[in-house]
Design a protein around this ligand. Structure first.
Ligand code: FAD
Length: 422
C-alpha cells in the first residue's frame, strides 16, 4: 500500500540572492517546508545594490538575440530561459506591484527604478508562503554523508536534514555583499568540476602617467567606439586612476580578459569621434591653426574634449605604432589617430570590483534540472554556474531563470522521495 507522510517535506536553500529566493518560492508553492540560509544579516544585498543603478531586470529584445548574449553558455541556458523568459520575469515583477517598462535601449526596468520595493513585497510573499529565513548562517561544505554543513553566528553546526538542497551562493564579485566564491573549494572537494571564477563586466588596467591619472580619473569618454579585432562597441568608457571601466568596456570584458590571458596584454582601439568620418576629420584638421595651441586647435577643429586630447598625448609613445607629433602631423594621419587611439591594457581590475563573475560549476556536472550528478538532491543556480553575459539585464534574468528551474526540479525530487511504501 502507498501512503503519504503527513508532514510537509523539508527543503533548504543556501544563499538568499535572486536565484535562491526564486528557488525557494517555487519549492514553497509546490508544498515544501522551505528554510533559506544566508551568511549576511539580511537577504539579497547584491540585488539591492543593483537597484542603485536603476535595477535593469531584463532586456526586451528578440528572444533569439537575447539568448545569444550568453555566448558559449547559450545552449545550456536556453532551456532555462525558455521556462522563465523575460516576459515571465516582467509578469512576476508586476504581480509584486512593480510594473516594468522597456527603455529606448531595450533594457527593462521597474517603474520605480529601485530594488527595495520589489524585494520588500517579495519577502512578504515568501513569508506568507511559510518560507523561513535563517540569516548569519554560513555554508561550510559537506559532511561525509553528503549533507550541507551550516554554522550559525556562534560557529555551531545547525541541523540541515532535508529532502533537497539548493545552493545559490553567487559568484565572487563585491564580496562585502556576501558572495566571495568560498564555496568553490567545498564543491571541488566533492569532485565537482568548477571553472575558475574570473572578473566579468570589469575594469582594466592601463599604465597611465601620474599626470594623466591624477587629472582625468573619473572623466568619461563619450561617445566612443571601442574596437578589439572584429568586435566593436559604441558607448561610454570612464578613465580611472588605474585604467578604463564603464559600459562599453564591460561589454567587451570577456574578449579583453581572454586576449590578455592569452597574450599578456592587448591593445584596445578607441575612436574618439565615432560620428565623424576620417575624411571629414582630416579636412577639418587641414584648416590653418592660426596661432592656436595644439590643444585648442584639436578641441575646435576635431571637437575633442580635454580628456581626448590628453589621451592622444598619453598614447603617443605606443611602441606598436610610429610616433606621431600632434603639433606637426599631417591632417590625415592625425585624423586616423583620433579614430583609432591605441590603449594598451595589461590586466583586469580585481574581481572584488567587478559587476559579475565568469566561471563556476561546469554544465557537465548538472542534469537538466540543475541537480549535481555527483551529489543527488543538491541543486545549483544563479551566478555559481559557468556562464557570463554583458550588462543589460542578462545577469539577473539568468539568475531568476536558473533559480526557477532548480527550484522546480528540487521540488519534484523532494516530492518523489515523499511517496513511501509500506
Ligand atoms: C554594483 C552591481 C550592479 C548590478 N546591476 C545589475 C543590473 O542592473 N542588472 C543585472 O541583471 N544584474 C546586475 N548585477 C548583477 C546581479 O546583481 C547578480 O548577477 C545577481 O545578484 C547574482 O544573483 P545570485 O542569486 O546568483 O547571487 P547573489 O546575489 O550574489 O546572492 C548569493 C547569496 O549567497 C550568500 N552566500 C554566499 N556565500 C555564502 C556562504 N558560504 N554561506 C551562506 N551564504 C552565502 C550571499 O550572502 C548572497 O546573499 C549587478 C551587480 C553589481 C555588483
Amino acid at each position: 500500500m502507498t501512503r503519504l507522510k503527513p508532514e510537509k517535506p523539508r527543503a533548504i536553500v543556501i544563499g538568499a540572492g535572486p536565484a535562491g529566493l526564486m528557488a525557494a518560492e517555487r519549492m514553497a508553492a509546490a508544498g515544501l517546508r522551505v528554510t533559506v540560509f544566508d551568511r549576511m544579516p539580511s537577504p539579497a544585498r547584491k540585488f539591492l545594490m543593483a537597484g542603485r543603478g536603476g535595477l535593469n531586470l531584463t532586456h526586451g529584445e528578440n528572444f533569439g538575440i537575447f539568448v545569444g548574449r550568453y555566448a558559449e553558455a547559450a545552449t545550456a541556458l536556453a532551456p532555462m530561459l525558455d521556462q522563465f523568459p523575460p516576459e515571465a520575469l516582467r509578469a512576476w515583477s508586476a504581480e509584486l506591484g512593480e510594473d516594468t517598462f522597456k527603455g529606448s535601449s531595450g533594457r527593462v526596468f521597474p517603474r520605480s527604478f529601485k530594488a527595495s520595493p520589489l524585494l520588500r513585497a517579495w519577502l512578504r510573499r515568501l513569508d506568507a508562503a511559510g518560507v523561513e529565513f535563517k540569516m548569519r548562517h554560513a555554508f561550510k561544505g559537506f559532511s561525509p554523508e553528503g549533507a550541507a554543513v551550516i554554522h550559525d553566528a556562534d560557529g555551531k553546526v545547525v541541523e540541515t536534514e532535508a529532502r533537497a538542497c539548493v545552493l545559490a551562493l553567487g559568484g565572487a564579485s563585491w564580496p562585502r555583499l556576501g558572495s566571495d566564491g568560498g564555496w568553490v573549494n567545498a564543491l571541488q572537494a566533492q569532485g565537482v568540476d568548477v571553472r575558475p571564477l574570473r572578473p566579468s563586466n570589469c575594469g582594466f588596467e592601463a599604465r597611465w602617467s601620474d599626470i594623466f591619472a591624477s587629472r582625468f580619473a573619473g572623466t568619461p569618454l563619450k561617445p566612443v567606439t571601442l574596437s578589439l579585432g572584429d568586435e566593436h562597441v559604441r558607448g561610454e568608457a570612464m578613465v580611472t586612476a588605474h585604467g578604463l571601466e564603464g559600459g562599453a568596456v564591460y561589454a567587451m570584458s570577456a574578449r579583453l580578459r581572454e586576449t590578455i590571458a592569452a597574450q599578456g596584454s592587448c591593445v584596445l582601439n578607441i575612436d574618439l569621434r565615432p560620428d565623424v568620418s576620417t575624411e571629414v576629420l582630416a579636412e577639418r584638421l587641414a584648416r590653418p591653426r592660426a596661432g592656436q595651441s595644439t590643444s585648442t586647435f584639436l578641441r575646435k577643429a576635431a571637437g575633442l574634449q580635454p580628456v581626448g586630447v590628453a589621451l592622444l598625448r598619453e598614447t603617443e609613445p605606443e611602441k606598436t605604432r610610429p610616433t606621431l607629433s600632434l603639433a606637426t602631423a599631417d591632417p590625415r594621419a592625425l585624423a586616423e589617430r583620433i579614430k583609432q587611439v591605441p590603449v594598451r591594457l595589461h590586466a583586469t581590475r580585481p574581481i572584488d570590483r567587478a559587476i559579475s563573475s565568469a566561471g563556476g560549476v561546469a554544465w557537465s556536472e548538472c542534469d537538466a534540472g540543475l541537480m549535481l550528478t555527483r551529489l543527488p538532491g543538491v541543486f545549483v543556480c544563479g551566478e555559481m554556474l559557468d556562464w557570463e553575459a554583458p550588462t543589460g539585464g542578462y545577469l539577473l534574468q539568468a539568475c531568476f531563470a536558473t533559480g526557477y528551474v532548480a527550484g522546480g526540479a528540487a521540488a519534484e525530487w523532494a516530492m518523489r522521495e515523499r511517496v513511501v511504501t509500506d
